[in-house]
Design a protein around this ligand. Structure first.
Ligand code: SAH
Length: 468
């Protein structure tokens, strides 16, 4: 180990920074965050530090460096662009036994500053021993994505209840098990979603019912699984998928996304193929209620976003009626995913000031829509579930006033390796689609913005073998 990691208490302790530029300001920012009393010695100040000085957050002394400046301080940072000054600061600090950091010069440092993940009071520091700050930052980015932003507040809840839990669970292994459950489960999720009061209440209830035999109610998470590419899942979706006892999923959830569900979670297919529902909606609603009543952590995983043509509202309506706790996690809806991966901006200053999402699902062989609202000028129209109705959709749009040469596109299995984008116009698209033997799911986009596809397309996937 090149450097010994410690965490210093700098609250109200005098720290000195030599230098007044942008680099110095980044270090000062961290010192202030730790509650240090910062004095900056520098003949001139950059804008940021000048502002802090004006606001009284730091003390500024407009002088060239001399060693006496370090008297009485507990920590020094040299951040000037003058190598000889930096060296003098280092030597003067070492002579006085004060820890010193010289920015980007590890040989002059007695301490180095790590990359920090701040979830106060939890702090994670990453160091590469001064060898590669870039690598440290990359590691930090990975940790940032793994550690929910609410971790600090979760630690706060632990502090509040620590004594009570200690009283209730006298046996240390049982106590540890209790905290493990709390810190990974529903209570933690409540904190992450900002519902601290509800979390406190749930925690209190858990403690109160710890010795009794009160059955525990689980929770249902209605999770948007996005359009297909697993990289498009939210952190929250992924975390819940990895905690689930049971996952109830639809046909639209891509295999790559399903792959990320906790290995030993039970998987229940709820189907919903066109005209071939594996489970009627009514049964899905009740299935979720039953599983939650068994005390399970249930993830109801849906393609795209649960509240956009996902019948998510109906499912949680039943849960709400039965008093089952639930949360909703948004996902990237097919329109957003397909548009981005096809290089078709849904709005654009030159072409479209509004965008509408509509269902093209056929009711009794006709698409029963408010066509007048759809054919407004400067508007992009996105049809979900439109493949079977593509012919009548195009026909009706023309009939209600859109020009036959209005650009139109169909995106097959958007964001996945089998994505294909077929473009044409309202008169040609149905035939193009027929010839191309497309595979669902597909999305139809109509509007001038399609013109941008040729120039902006960037995603050229290699189809998964055997899938095409
Ligand atoms: N809740 C989902 C939509 C469910 S409706 C969402 O927010 O995306 C199902 C329709 O979504 C499909 O018929 C298709 O039109 C569209 N769809 C979903 N995923 C898609 C994908 N990867 N590519 C193209 N269309 C998709």
């Amino acid at each position: 180990m090149d450097f010994f990691p410690i965490f210093l208490n700098l609250r109200k302790r005098p720290c000195v920074v030599i230098g007044g530029g942008e680099v110095a300001s980044r270090k000062i920012f961290l010192l202030l965050d730790a509650g240090a009393l910062v004095t900056v010695f520098s003949p001139a100040l950059g804008e940021t530090i000048r502002k802090w000085s004006d606001e009284g957050k730091i003390k500024h002394v407009a002088q060239e460096f001399h060693p006496e400046m370090l008297e009485g301080c507990v920590l020094v940072i040299a951040a000037t662009d003058d190598a000889s000054v930096n060296r003098q600061v280092s030597e003067a600090a070492k002579a006085r036994g004060i820890p010193v950091n010289v920015v980007d010069q590890p040989d002059l440092c007695t301490f180095i500053m790590p990359s920090i993940i701040d979830r106060s009071p939890i702090t994670i520091a990453v160091s590469t021993g001064g060898r590669s700050p870039v690598l440290a930052r990359l590691i930090r980015a990975r940790l940032e994505s793994m550690i929910p932003a609410g971790y600090g507040r979760l630690a706060g809840q632990v502090t509040t209840f620590r004594e009570k839990v200690k009283q209730t669970f006298k046996h240390p292994p049982r106590r540890r098990q209790f905290w493990e459950e709390v810190l990974q489960g529903r209570i933690a999720e409540l904190v992450y979603s900002g519902q601290d009061k509800a979390a406190e209440k749930a925690l209190q209830e858990r403690i109160d019912s710890a010795d009794g035999n009160k059955p525990r109610i689980g929770e249902v998470y209605l999770v948007g699984g996005g359009p297909g590419d697993p990289d498009l899942l939210t952190f929250r979706a992924l975390r819940l998928m990895q905690q689930a006892d049971v996952v109830v999923y639809d046909r639209l959830v891509s295999p790559a996304v399903l792959e990320l569900v906790r290995r030993d979670a039970e998987r229940i297919y709820a189907g919903k193929e066109r005209d071939n529902h594996a489970l009627p909606q009514e049964d899905i609603n009740h299935l979720l209620v039953r599983l939650a009543k068994e005390g399970k952590c249930v993830v109801r995983l849906k393609g795209g976003d649960p509240f956009i043509f996902g019948r998510g509202g109906e499912e949680i309506d039943t849960l709400a009626a039965e008093g089952i706790p639930f949360q909703v996690v948004p996902g990237i809806t097919a329109a957003a995913g397909c548009a981005a991966y096809a290089g078709i901006p849904l709005t654009h200053r030159d072409y479209a000031q509004s965008v509408v999402f509509v269902t093209g699902h056929l009711q009794d062989g006709t698409v029963n829509l408010n066509w007048k609202a759809l054919v407004q000028p400067d508007q992009t129209i996105v049809f979900y579930m439109g493949l079977h109705g593509v012919e009548s959709i195009c026909r009706e749009l023309i009939k209600h006033g859109l020009p036959a040469n209005m650009p139109a596109a169909l995106v097959q299995q958007g964001t996945t390796r089998n994505q294909r984008v077929l473009t044409g116009d309202l008169s040609s698209l149905p035939e193009i689609v027929k010839q191309a033997k497309v595979k669902p799911p597909t999305l139809i986009i109509v509007g001038e913005v399609i013109k941008l596809h040729e120039k902006l397309k960037w995603f050229h996937p290699t189809p998964a073998s055997g899938d095409q």
